[in-house]
Design a protein around this ligand. Structure first.
Ligand code: HEM
Ligand code: HEM
Length: 183
């Protein structure tokens, strides 16, 4: 049985739950983000507005989960990568993981700044409203739309690299990489 805590050879249950729940949320957020921006702005497009509101709330939820995940992560040993990997692949894998953590901080915060600059406060599932990070500012709003978009594109590219590598390890090299992230 998988233990609660990480071991040298396997991720623990909590890390696994964080990984898969966030993978699901983040892929959903990226897909929803790409889709909602294709909807026309003309008139009062309720569907677009509602989808953007969901995107913002779930995006903040992902941020809250990330903070909890990092808090848990620092209390845990980091499982070793499978032994046979060449050094450059070990460095590449850890670098991609590090980029994920950085992007999962930068994306929600850039989204939050974007909303504040647009003068639209971010609500968290109707429970409370987040404070504005900056004053309304049209120039900043447009800069942050661009920034958020490019951060999103980099994230999507890295997801393809990461998932491709995980599947290759599982089906081609038949090693334990994927199994270590499964219960
Ligand atoms: C991990 C979290 C997030 C991911 C992966 C993500 C991803 C994306 C992506 C891929 C787009 C489409 C960009 C484009 O093609 O133009 C987008 C748009 C957008 N996101 Fe996020 N996002 C996240 C969090 C947030 C948060 C927390 C907010 C606000 C509080 C937010 C606000 C927006 C808005 C307002 C747009 C539409 C921008 C426009 O009108 O062009 N996002 N997001
Ligand atoms: C849905 C397909 C996915 C698969 C099959 C997958 C698979 C894996 C595997 C096997 C590992 C362990 C790698 C190792 O230590 O050897 C891992 C780690 C990791 N994955 Fe994924 N992943 C997926 C999606 C994602 C997504 C969407 C994200 C970004 C939000 C992500 C972020 C991470 C991070 C940050 C780690 C490193 C965990 C740590 O050591 O702190 N994964 N993934």
């Amino acid at each position: 049985m998988t233990s609660i805590n990480n071991t040298e050879g396997h991720y623990g249950v909590i890390a696994i739950l964080f990984h898969w729940s966030m993978a699901f949320l983040v892929i959903g957020l990226a897909a929803l983000g790409l889709y909602m921006v294709t909807l026309p702005d003309v008139g009062f497009n309720t569907k677009k507005i509602v989808l953007i509101l969901y995107h913002k709330e779930v995006g903040i939820l992902a941020f809250v989960l990330l903070v909890a995940r990092l808090g848990w992560r620092v209390t845990q040993v980091l499982p070793q990568l499978v032994a046979h990997l060449p050094d450059w692949q070990k460095i590449a894998a850890r670098f991609v993981h590090l980029c994920f953590y950085a992007l999962l901080i930068a994306l929600p915060i850039s989204g939050w700044v974007m909303s504040s600059a647009a003068g639209i406060p971010v609500s968290f599932f109707g429970l409370f409203t987040l404070p504005d990070l900056v004053d309304s500012d049209d120039y900043l709003f447009h800069r942050f739309i661009e920034l958020h978009k490019w951060l999103g594109y980099v994230l999507i590219l890295l997801i393809f690299v990461h998932v491709g590598a995980a599947l290759r390890h599982h089906f081609v090299f038949k090693d334990d990489t994927l199994r270590r992230m499964l219960p």
